[in-house]
Design a protein around this ligand. Structure first.
Ligand code: THU
Length: 131
């Protein structure tokens, strides 16, 4: 793991718009092209419209023409998460599964803990159609 994903996800977290939860999350995704795209969580007064950092990063990559994603790193400096780690939510896992068969998911926090999983470990079955 090193395409500068941790530093890029940390920098993206600085831009988080999180006036309601106070939780700043950043994500950096490595696409098959070798380029890295970032995103942060963007909250809304209508809470359900909030977009997670992972999805913001993935939509950024796809919007720029990427078709496949290899790896994503998710970072937060918040200590409010279960087990102190920002595991991706189910909605974000489903979005990852749209653009990768089994991407690498790296989770990091301010204590320097880094955990690595495969997408299939966190989402063994996805909702999907035969292509
Ligand atoms: N959040 C993320 O950005 N990624 C996750 O994996 C889980 C949660 C954000 C959404 C919201 O702004 C805040 O964290 C609290 O749920």
């Amino acid at each position: 793991m090193d395409e500068g994903l941790l530093e890029k996800a940390k920098a993206a977290a600085q831009n988080a718009y999180a006036p309601y939860s106070g939780i700043k999350v950043g994500a950096a995704v490595l696409a098959a092209s070798g380029k890295v795209y970032t995103g942060c969580n963007v909250e809304n007064a209508s809470y359900g419209l909030t977009v997670c950092a992972e999805r913001a990063a993935i939509f950024n990559a796809i919007s720029r023409g990427e078709k496949k994603l290899d790896r994503i790193l998710i970072y937060t400096d918040s200590d409010k998460f279960v087990n102190n780690l920002p595991y991706p939510c189910g909605a974000c896992l489903q979005v990852m599964a749209e653009f990768s068969d089994d991407m690498n998911i790296i989770i990091a926090n301010k204590s320097g803990v880094v955990k690595e999983y495969s997408l299939k470990e966190l989402l063994p079955f996805k909702f999907g159609f035969e292509k």
